[in-house]
Design a protein around this ligand. Structure first.
Ligand code: ADP
Length: 493
């Protein structure tokens, strides 16, 4: 009753939000390590005596770090749920959106409310909105400074033990935070909440589908693979969209087909109406590019089978696309062989090679940028891993000097940061660049020769795509098996 009363008065007086629904750790998929670390906060509330006797220092400020939409807020709510204490949340960006001078007052309010509701968890979202390091001369923001000062005063002014209040805050970027905030006695614990990996996605999909009527064909591991790269919030969106698709078609059960459609929609956006948006010339380009890619993907033995090919652009993907079937075995072993990467490199260069063969050098288009980038990324990964063909290249000097984000997954377009070692010498870079040049150039010549040898087959695939716009992998294989060069077909078997 106390909480309900406080909630009512809060709703009237301020924008502090109290959540109604109780969330537990089970509702948060993945992030086992974070849960383990947060168990300390739960123990602090659940078993205060034991906690005190153990001599452990009470948690006071806990920072949750990680990219948006992966469950930081949900995790904070789960800590409150598991601890059986009240949860009040507020977003730091709201502090400073208010009229001048109100930011500090809002912070004060928040802590006063929390003390009256104790035991309780305060959650401050987007802490970086107020907590950014103060910039030097001229760049200051008075409102932000007074707000963050008030926050520091509040943090210093209470003890978790006596007040029964723990403050949790979320940020996408710890690196921009004012160091004063992360000092001992303030937000001195930080816990990472990551974008879900394979297991995280597997759990996530199960959590979001758990109360839904499902058909027997739902294959969770396959779905976890197909959703690679999606955030926790996007996963939730996919599951919702699948339910929506099922109900729109008048069905109760969500099927694998609904899930696949929802994933495709989430990754590429809805398909746009071809006739209205695309000139015949552009359409022909898409057909040539996708025919080349699907031809090469079908001929190369290590590449996953083609799932489908489309020349219908969608909102997020302005060109056509060739989608490969996910490969569970390779995915779960978590490694990529040289042969596989080499073939992926050929696939990523196939669209450009096909375009050059069909239209000639002077008529090539600029539609290949993202795939050319992918080719470069695959080639660099191979060089990093010592998969060079150069006899002198596999030495320590060139290995490990360029580093890639480990979330790399061949076959998907991804942007990533290249962190270079500052001590790396100019000549090492030049070696690397030359090796890359050789690799890309020889691969390009190889894939062009492969397509050229199978020109009849390519033309058939182009025809098929122009006529049908979306073609299944089975139909592509049928054409390739009937019309490809016998030597290439033999290698495939
Ligand atoms: P953040 O605070 O990190 O930006 P949220 O916690 O607000 O992310 O997540 C937004 C929504 O996405 C949640 O309400 C939930 O539906 C879904 N979600 C995100 N991560 C997870 C997760 N790990 N487990 C379950 N649901 C999640």
């Amino acid at each position: 009753r106390r909480v309900r009363q406080a909630r009512r008065s809060l709703k009237r007086e301020s924008k502090v939000q109290l959540s109604d629904e109780i969330i537990f750790f089970d509702d948060v998929a993945g992030n086992e390590q974070a849960k383990l670390e947060l168990q300390e906060v739960v123990d602090f509330f659940r078993q205060p005596e034991r906690f005190k006797n153990s001599g452990a220092k009470a948690p006071k400020g806990v920072l949750l770090m990680g990219p948006p939409g992966n469950g930081k807020t949900l995790m904070a709510r789960a800590v409150a749920g598991e601890s059986g204490v009240a949860f009040i949340s507020s977003s730091a960006s709201e502090f400073i959106e208010m009229y001048m001078g109100l930011g500090a007052a809002r912070v004060r309010d928040l802590f006063t409310t929390a003390r009256s509701l104790a035991p309780c968890i305060i959650f401050i979202d987007e802490l970086d909105a107020v907590g950014r390091a103060r910039s030097g001369a001229g760049g200051g923001n008075d409102e932000r400074d007074t707000t963050v000062n008030q926050l520091l005063t509040e943090l210093d002014g209470f003890e978790a033990e006596s007040s029964g209040v723990v403050v949790m805050a979320a940020t996408n970027r710890k690196d921009v935070l004012d160091a004063a905030l992360t000092r001992a006695g303030r937000f001195d614990r930080s816990i990472e909440v990551r974008r879900p990996d394979f297991n995280g996605r597997l759990e996530g999909i199960k959590v979001h589908l758990r109360d839904k009527p499902l058909s027997d064909d739902i294959d969770y591991p396959l779905l976890a693979i197909m959703t690679s790269g999606l955030s926790g919030a996007q996963l939730a969106g996919v599951c919702n969209a699948a339910c929506f698709i099922a109900s729109r078609e008048g069905r109760m059960d969500v099927t694998m087909v609904d899930m696949k459609a929802a994933i495709e929609q989430s990754k590429y956006g809805k398909a746009v109406d071809l006739q209205r948006f695309i000139s015949p010339a552009r359409r022909k380009r898409f057909a040539v590019m996708e025919a080349s890619i699907s031809l090469v993907a079908t001929l190369l033995p290590a590449i996953e089978p083609v799932d489908f090919v489309t020349i219908l652009p969608s909102l997020k993907s302005p060109i056509g696309r060739t989608v490969l079937k996910p490969n569970i075995g390779r995915y779960t072993t978590g490694m990529w062989t040289k042969r596989y990467l080499q073939e992926q490199l050929l696939v990523s260069l196939a669209g450009r090679a096909g375009e050059e063969l069909v239209f000639g050098r002077d008529e090539m288009s600029s539609l290949h940028q993202s795939r050319n980038m992918l080719a470069r990324q695959i080639a660099t990964k191979m060089l990093n891993a010592g998969m060079s063909d150069h006899p002198d290249f596999n030495n320590l000097r060139t290995l490990g000097t360029t580093w890639y984000d480990p979330s790399f997954e061949p076959g998907r377009f991804q942007t990533y940061t290249i962190i270079t070692d500052k001590n790396q010498s100019r000549s090492e870079w030049i070696d690397m660049d030359m090796e890359m040049e050789l690799k890309i150039r020889s691969s390009y010549e190889e894939v062009k020769a492969l397509i050229d040898r199978n020109r009849t087959c390519l033309d058939l695939l182009i025809e098929l795509l122009l006529r049908r716009e979306r073609v299944t992998g089975e139909d592509i294989r049928e054409v390739v098996e009937g019309a490809a060069h016998p030597e290439d077909l033999a290698k495939r078997a």
